[in-house]
Design a protein around this ligand. Structure first.
Ligand code: SF4
Length: 246
């Protein structure tokens, strides 16, 4: 580390003159500047995720595109584990839009009351079920724009359904994907949409289908918001984040 010399002619706290003295002060370690990742680095990052978990899976329990759609709608500002706990009983009773409408909003609300924002979510689950029956023959449409027109369905939810139910290479950006993309210098985007656009541009085609799951799982279990587990991180040598702890 290069020493930093203090200015001469100052006085120490003890009152002694520094006129002809030089003191050595540690210079703070310079932080690397955020730069664009090279294609080789990006290939290496996703290659390592692939080597560890070739077929990553989402953790929301579901049995068909409809139950997946409902589970993702319920997962906003809630943990997957909390949603799964509530949907096990809900999906036993209603795994189609028709059965969900027959169950009714009061019963749905009661079954999901352990999940945050449950009143609004119960209303949306019934409304989207009604819309699927009225406009799509009770079938979840394989179209992101149409999915986004359903009550309670935003771009992230539509991307998850397009990816997991229909196998499209979409990039759902949640809080984990957003954070990890910034720490890994994959994006400087200020909004989820901007990060999504960056990732869609730079992630190699071979890894695009699973990329959002790898980033979610990495953020959830290793690159946590507080105290990331850098000592167990498989890409630690490729990370220059100021949050890195090793
Ligand atoms: S080294 Fe730490 S901060 Fe960097 S990606 Fe890994 S877990 Fe995250």
């Amino acid at each position: 580390m290069k020493p930093l010399l203090a200015k001469k002619g100052k006085t120490t706290s003890a009152g002694t003159s520094l006129k002809d003295e030089a003191i050595v002060v540690a210079r703070p370690k310079p932080r690397p500047r955020v730069r664009k990742r090279t294609p080789e680095e990006i290939e290496e990052i996703f290659g390592r995720f692939h080597a560890v978990e070739p077929e990553p899976k989402g953790e929301l329990e579901h049995s068909n595109p409809f139950t997946l759609l409902v589970a993702v709608v319920l997962s906003a500002q809630a943990t997957d584990a909390g949603v799964n706990k509530a949907t096990r009983r809900l999906f036993e009773l209603a795994d189609t839009p028709e059965k969900m409408v027959a169950l009714g909003e009061d019963k749905v609300r009661d079954l999901i009351k352990t999940i945050g924002l449950f009143r609004n979510k119960a209303k949306n689950v019934i409304l989207l079920s009604e819309k699927l029956i009225a406009e799509h023959g009770g079938v979840v449409p394989e179209d992101r724009d149409v999915l986004q027109s359903l009550p309670g369905v935003g771009r992230k939810t539509a991307n998850v359904v397009m990816n997991m139910a229909f196998g499209h290479a979409t990039m759902a950006v949640d809080t984990h994907v957003f954070r990890v993309s910034h720490r890994l210098w994959l994006s400087k985007g200020k909004t989820p949409d901007a990060v999504e656009a960056d990732l869609m541009k730079i992630v190699p085609q071979t890894y695009l289908l699973h990329a959002h799951h790898w980033l979610i799982l990495h953020g959830r279990y290793t690159c946590k918001a507080v105290r990331p587990l850098c000592e167990t991180c498989v890409i630690a040598d490729l990370c220059f984040s100021k949050d890195k702890r090793i």
